[in-house]
Design a protein around this ligand. Structure first.
Ligand code: KIV
Ligand code: NA
Length: 268
């Protein structure tokens, strides 16, 4: 029987081996990614990518738990991390623990990820001391879209960079097992990676980070032609799906599909 990559295994990668991670929200994608990756993130980006919502704010604990459960059932190798949705953890450490434990219990995921600067470090400590491994997410935090007035790279001035560094250090000191660095100046991504003893997992951060995570749809051509600067198109699955759908529809309309090969009870 296969043993899943655990949180301690990912921590031990620091300085030795890069952590390769991608997002997945549904079973077929998770199944195909599993053997290749160390970690699969069930990201709240599914609000935008999977549900066509305008931002990540409206996805619920129940929706995230259901996606995490599907991803866990479809995989056996990668460590599965689930995002805590907006409004499910910011109020208090107690609220965070209630919702984190509910999502882990419902899904079998191994850790949660939460967004927030040093003010959320107390919550990280509360969860970690009670058996919920925490991956912190600092820098560009999409749940702060209304505060930022859009999605903007963070830490671009020395003062702003210092604040993001302090956010990462606070979560590391609180017991987070890793930190996602999203949308930060490259030098800051490098500096944080050198400053903390736990893995940094970058997305639009720095090649120096201990690992990398991207939204799978962003690298597979499944996002309507919009590829963020920090992503890279590895395959155009969107074009393949579109082409297959066009061919199928044409064959249905001109009567070449189905044939008797696809029918039941045909005697020949
Ligand atoms: O929701 C998500 O996909 C994420 C990654 C982009 C880090 O948080
Ligand atoms: Na997220």
């Amino acid at each position: 029987t296969q043993v899943r990559v655990s949180v301690p295994t990912l921590i031990a990668c620091k300085g030795k081996q890069k952590i390769a991670a991608l997002t997945a929200y549904i079973a077929p994608v998770a199944r195909m990614l599993d053997e290749h990756l160390d970690m699969i993130l069930v990201g709240d980006s599914t609000a935008m990518v999977g549900y066509a919502m305008p931002d990540t704010l409206s996805i619920t604990v129940d929706m995230m738990a259901a996606h995490a459960a599907a991803v866990v059932r479809a995989t056996q190798h990668a460590c599965i991390v689930v995002d805590m949705p907006f409004g499910s953890y910011q109020e208090s450490p107690q609220q965070a623990f209630a919702n984190a434990s509910r999502m882990l219990a419902a899904s079998g995921a191994q850790a949660v990820k939460l967004e927030g600067g040093h003010v959320m470090a107390e919550t990280t400590r509360f969860l970690v001391e009670r058996g919920v491994p925490v991956l912190a997410h600092v820098g560009l935090m999409p749940q702060y879209v209304n505060t930022m007035g859009g999605y903007k790279a963070q830490g671009m001035t020395d003062a702003a960079a210092q604040r993001v560094l302090e956010d990462a250090v606070a979560h590391a000191q609180a017991g987070a097992w890793g930190v996602v660095l999203e949308g930060v100046a490259e030098s800051l991504g490098r500096r944080i990676t050198e400053s903390i003893a736990i893995p940094t997992i970058g997305i639009g951060a720095s090649p120096a980070c201990d690992g990398q995570v991207l939204v799978t749809e962003d690298i597979l051509g499944l996002t309507n032609g919009k590829i963020p600067k920090f992503a890279k198109p590895y395959a155009d699955v969107g074009a393949l799906i579109s082409q297959a759908a066009a061919q199928y529809a044409a064959e249905v309309r001109d009567g070449t599909f189905p044939t008797l090969d696809q029918c039941f009870g045909v005697k020949r």
